[in-house]
Ligand binder design. Structure first.
Ligand SMILES: [Zn+2]
Length: 234
């Protein structure tokens, strides 16, 4: 999967005494990654985190769908609709989460058929008869919907503008950076000695992308958890 060539980084401002990230300065791409988390269907989140790492009971719902025999599903529906919902992920940040759309595993659904004479109806089964003239709908059509969707939603523009540096708080409150706000923050955090503050640049890769997603569901100190405490999978 092609991710952007330059590595994504966050510059953390750390209170070394309290071992806490006060906030991080970062670029558009990292913000796009965080905002993109809002676009993930819960089924996809559970799949990325694995059922064991998922907090709460939703993973049990997921497991139940997995276990349920196909015969209980409505005839036109496949369980993958629930287990592998399609998610929109910008190509720039796609490398930060495991592949969420494995359409490749299901190539057969990307081929459709129509009547040689009538193009108004489409089927995935080439033995279907045209509702208009009753001939077999066997003219092959290639489904390009995914690619078109990618071009629209996942172009380089992402969600936010590139011109500013963004500030991410430990609890993932995000705002554009300004010098006034960082001074206000130092007051708010009650930092009396600037000497205890450390700067540390960290890289964001897929492992940490997944850890951020996981921490964001259960913690109010996400950056501290992921980058200082080095929480790996429990
Ligand atoms: Zn026809």
């Amino acid at each position: 999967m092609a991710s952007s060539s330059s590595k994504l980084t966050l510059k953390l401002l750390i209170d070394a005494k309290r071992e806490k990230v006060l906030f991080a300065e970062t670029s558009k791409a990292v913000i796009d990654f965080l905002f993109n988390l809002l676009c993930l269907p819960i089924g996809t989140v559970i799949r990325i985190l694995n059922k064991k790492k998922m907090v709460g009971c939703l993973a049990n719902v997921y497991q139940s769908v997995e276990n349920l025999d196909e015969t209980y599903m409505q005839p036109d529906l496949h369980k993958d609709l629930l287990l592998k919902p399609s998610a929109s992920v910008s190509s720039q940040i796609a490398g930060l989460l495991p592949s969420v759309n494995d359409t490749s595993s299901n190539n057969s659904t990307n081929v459709f058929y129509r009547c040689p004479s009538h193009s108004g109806h489409v089927t995935s089964d080439n033995t279907t008869r045209c509702p208009i003239c009753r001939t077999s709908m066997n003219s092959r059509l290639i489904f390009v919907g995914e690619k078109v969707a990618n071009e629209i939603s996942a172009d380089s523009s992402g969600f936010v503008k590139e011109v500013v540096t963004y500030m991410v708080m430990d609890d993932l409150i995000i705002q554009p950076m300004s010098s006034i706000s960082s001074i206000t923050l130092l007051n708010k955090f009650n930092v009396k000695e600037v000497g205890v503050l450390q700067e540390k640049v960290v890289e964001l890769d897929m492992k940490q992308g997944v850890n951020i997603l996981k921490a964001s569901l259960q913690s109010k100190t996400v950056l501290t958890d992921v980058f200082l405490k080095n929480h790996s999978a429990p």
